[in-house]
Design a protein around this ligand. Structure first.
Ligand SMILES: NC(=O)c1ccc[n+]([C@@H]2O[C@H](COP(=O)([O-])OP(=O)(O)OC[C@H]3O[C@@H](n4cnc5c(N)ncnc54)[C@H](OP(=O)(O)O)[C@@H]3O)[C@@H](O)[C@H]2O)c1
Length: 220
């Protein structure tokens, strides 16, 4: 699987009037080679001394095999592969970015972890996803404690109308959960990604959350 790590930065404008430069790097964050590629690109990009602000959003994620229940997870490689992408790569990329950017006088640095209600609530058939999201929240709480000059936010975006929801309502092994996801779609309760992203931006602009906090779409 290939995916993109997108980096946008305002600073010296090499390409026009907007002050925006967009750099896309294709990288599978579930394998070492992809992670190395993404890390190298981050290191190179963040060397630019003209950048006055760092905003890092850890968004990539996956559900794993949600057709299975807890007792079906006997394959260590499957489990490790899941956690490697969903937990380890976020830790590696975040530490790489923070080291590359460094502590620049007068520059703000914000790290966002895209979280989920599943970091807080157990969902049947979703052992990997719930464990991964809970672990990420805790990992970023530790970061907030260790680096008090950073702003760290775990944002749960609400039920988004994306491919992940399609998987949730068609593949979830637990029939009750599957029906719950189907009903959410039928009742038009899914949220457009851009609406949730606007709420995240509003939170970041207000900048009043305690560093390390978990904030849900419905809290705002
Ligand atoms: N959908 C929801 O209801 C919901 C609710 C709460 C939280 N979230 C969280 O929101 C975030 C985005 O989810 P989504 O709903 O947009 O899910 P999605 O439609 O399945 O998209 C997953 C995202 O992760 C990327 N990705 C998947 N595997 C990857 C890999 N091996 N390497 C690099 N990137 C990979 C995908 O990139 P490509 O498209 O390039 O493959 C895509 O950008 C996730 O962290 C998810 O847990 C979603």
């Amino acid at each position: 699987m290939a995916s993109e790590l997108r980096a946008g930065a305002t600073g010296n404008d090499p390409g026009g009037d907007t002050g925006l430069r967009v750099q896309c790097v294709a990288a599978d964050l579930g394998c070492e080679q992809g992670l190395r590629r993404a890390s190298a690109a981050l290191r190179e990009l963040l060397q630019d001394a003209s950048f006055g602000r760092l905003l890092l959003v850890n968004n990539a994620g996956s559900l794993g095999d949600i057709s299975k229940s807890f007792l079906d997870f006997t394959d260590l490689q499957e489990i490790n592969t899941y956690f490697s992408f969903n937990i380890s790569s976020a830790l590696c990329l975040t530490s790489t970015a923070l080291r590359a950017f460094g502590a620049r006088p007068g520059c703000s640095r914000t790290v966002v972890n895209i979280s989920s209600l599943c970091a807080r609530e157990p969902f049947p058939s979703w052992a990997l996803y719930c464990a991964g999201k809970a672990a990420r929240d805790m990992m970023f709480r530790v970061l907030a404690l260790e680096e008090p000059q950073l702003r760290v936010l775990s944002y749960a975006p609400g039920p988004l109308d994306t491919d992940m929801q399609l998987l949730a309502r068609t593949r979830t092994g637990d029939p009750g959960m599957r029906q719950q996801f189907q009903r959410m779609q039928e009742k038009g309760q899914l949220i457009d990604s851009s609406v949730s992203a606007q709420k995240l931006l509003q939170l970041l602009k207000e900048d009043s959350f305690p560093s390390g906090a978990h904030v849900d779409f419905y809290d705002i």
